[in-house]
Design a protein around this ligand. Structure first.
Ligand code: 4NP
Length: 159
């Protein structure tokens, strides 16, 4: 099987998508199939480009054993829609924004939503915690852990 590349996308690429990337990397390591997958993350906006993830997100992730090391970058449509096999958005606005950046049907088919892979039907997006409390960051991690379990199953069951 050829290596599959997955890009996690949120608005700023400092809270949800870098956390999704770190959780997914850890979950894949648990399957021993991590060599078959590459993970990255990016933001719809480039406002925080070059910055580390939000310290609140890094701290709450670290409590659960996840190390967030990525630096923020903006989505690069001409590169990312070619380089990545799956583009995983955190909410419906991210899906709409990404869809506007697509060049073809083939690009559009790569866009999915993180919670599509969650077994909990009550959550259908990953809420933006940026203006929220620590509990909101923990909720993001709860949703990401559950969704990444589903995404790992999806990716590994097919192969
Ligand atoms: P994220 O959270 O999309 O989960 O990284 C945000 C971070 C920054 C901003 C918005 C959302 N901002 O407007 O700067």
């Amino acid at each position: 099987m050829s290596k599959k590349h997955i890009l996690f996308v949120c608005l700023g690429n400092i809270c949800r998508s870098p956390a999704a990337e770190a959780v997914m990397v850890a979950k894949l390591q648990g399957t021993k199939l991590d060599h078959l997958f590459g993970c990255d993350s990016a933001g719809i906006i480039g406002f925080h480009a070059g910055a580390k993830a939000d310290p609140r997100m890094r701290k709450q992730a670290q409590v659960r054993g996840y190390l967030i090391t990525s630096l923020s970058r903006q989505v690069r449509p001409e590169v990312d829609f070619d380089r990545f096999d799956l583009i995983v958005a955190m909410d419906d606005q991210n899906v709409r924004d990404l869809t506007k950046l697509t060049r073809s049907d083939s690009d559009r088919k790569k866009i999915v939503k993180m919670t599509d892979f969650s077994s909990d039907s009550r959550c259908d997006f990953v809420p933006d915690p940026y203006y929220g409390t620590i509990a909101d960051f923990d909720l993001v991690l709860d949703i990401l852990e559950q969704s990444c379990d589903g995404l790992v199953n999806f990716l590994t069951a097919k192969n």
